[in-house]
Design a protein around this ligand. Structure first.
Ligand SMILES: *Cc1c(COP(=O)(O)O)cnc(C)c1O
Length: 377
């Protein structure tokens, strides 16, 4: 069976975990957490990066940093993972869902301005499939309307927009190192702080609301409860697993790009005939091949395709169920405009297997079976 995803594994992770254990520091903020933080800081050219146990944790910290309160509004796509929205709803925000664009399936920047009210605190653009949102426009609107930008770069580790890394452009950003992402520690994430005014509070929130980080740096002589916060640190063993993968980020992403390009080349013909729609990558974006998807013309064809592939032992999966019409989305949010692109993408998109250890033979087989199906349409 060809699985949809297998977490990347290089083999060297064991040595690093062993070292972390030998160092007798397996709680948070040990040697490997610090190494990971600075590696990401250097890559992003961001003033501060803090490893967290998930991207969700980084988004929750962001909501606390922005002092989100009952009645505040945040704007995000409906076509995204639950926690893009729920991390802010948790603090009492009303979630205002904006439709996505038909080409990249990213937040429609042309609908952003109209969605902003005097209650809006932030916009949370999601770089879907590792393809950047139209950040110049989003940042421009956010600046003009005095709202914060929190990039959900969960899928975009290593992706660029006009040569700037995703995650480095908003006031805050977040990465995910979940098993399903390009670079992984099973569960894991990072908070990216680009606006230095948030650094001090971020350290406090991540350390259960205490000034423990300051204490360890010798800046205060005892540590105490100073703010709201929670436990958002990963164990240093997790960071040790992550570190060699971060060191190999370019290599891992380059390998995925090769697979992605082969898919893209193979499905050009059917796309030209209008049988399927392939992903679109704007000139301004360098993506990280997080995902290869096809969009069929209707739900019935997609359902047939998933079954056809499954019968051939290939796991293909659909993606997000829209948040604006979900039970909690209706309670904690509201949609602006009609969400037609979101609804259509949700019904017609399917993701093909794509992972670091996917070999030529697997890839050829997935392409062969997909073409077999497409040629019958
Ligand atoms: C994976 C993902 C998340 C959540 O990441 P975790 O590390 O599992 O918390 C959030 N947003 C998007 C867009 C994601 O793809």
């Amino acid at each position: 069976m060809i699985r949809f995803n297998e977490a990347p594994f290089l083999g060297t992770e064991f040595e690093y975990i062993k070292d972390a254990i030998n160092n007798k520091h397996i709680s948070g903020d040990g040697k490997y957490t610090k190494l990971c933080n600075s590696l990401i800081e250097n890559y992003l050219q961001s003033p501060k990066v803090l490893l967290t146990h998930s991207c969700t944790a980084a988004l929750e910290i962001s909501a606390l940093l922005l002092d989100i309160k009952d009645g505040d509004e945040i704007i995000c796509p409906s076509y995204t993972f639950v926690t893009t929205a729920s991390s802010f709803a948790l603090r009492g925000a009303k979630i205002v869902f904006v439709d996505i664009k038909d080409d990249t399936l990213n937040l429609d920047e042309n609908q952003l301005d109209a969605a902003i009210t005097n209650k809006t605190k932030a916009v949370v653009p999601v770089h879907y499939a590792g393809v950047s949102c139209e950040m110049d426009k989003i940042l421009g609107i956010a600046k003009a309307r005095s709202i914060a930008v929190v990039e959900d770069a969960a899928q975009a580790v290593g992706s660029l927009y006009k040569n700037k890394p995703c995650g480095s452009m908003g006031n805050l950003g977040s990465y995910s190192f979940h098993e399903t992402k390009n670079i992984s520690s099973g569960e894991g994430g990072a908070l990216i702080i680009n606006d230095t005014k948030y650094i001090e509070n971020a350290e406090i929130i991540r350390e259960k609301g205490t000034n423990r980080s300051k204490f360890f740096r010798g800046q205060v002589d005892k540590y105490t409860w100073v703010e709201l916060g929670s436990s958002y640190l990963p164990s240093d063993m997790i960071a040790a697993y992550l570190y060699p993968q971060l060191l190999s980020m370019e290599k891992i992403n380059a390998q995925r790009i090769q697979i992605w390009n082969k898919y893209h080349e193979a499905f050009k013909g059917p796309a030209q005939k209008g049988i399927v729609t392939c992903p679109y990558i704007p000139e301004t974006c360098k993506h990280n091949a997080h995902m290869y998807y096809l969009r069929f013309n209707d739900l019935a064809t997609r359902t047939k395709f998933i079954k056809y592939m499954k019968d051939n032992n290939i796991m293909c999966v659909f993606h997000y169920v829209p948040l604006h019409s979900s039970p909690a989305g209706q309670r904690f949010g509201r949609a602006t405009g009609n969400m037609s692109v979101t609804d259509l993408a949700s019904n017609t998109l399917v993701r093909l297997p794509l992972f670091h250890e996917m070999d030529e033979k697997m890839l050829a087989f997935v392409i062969e079976k997909t073409m077999e199906f497409l040629n019958k349409l």
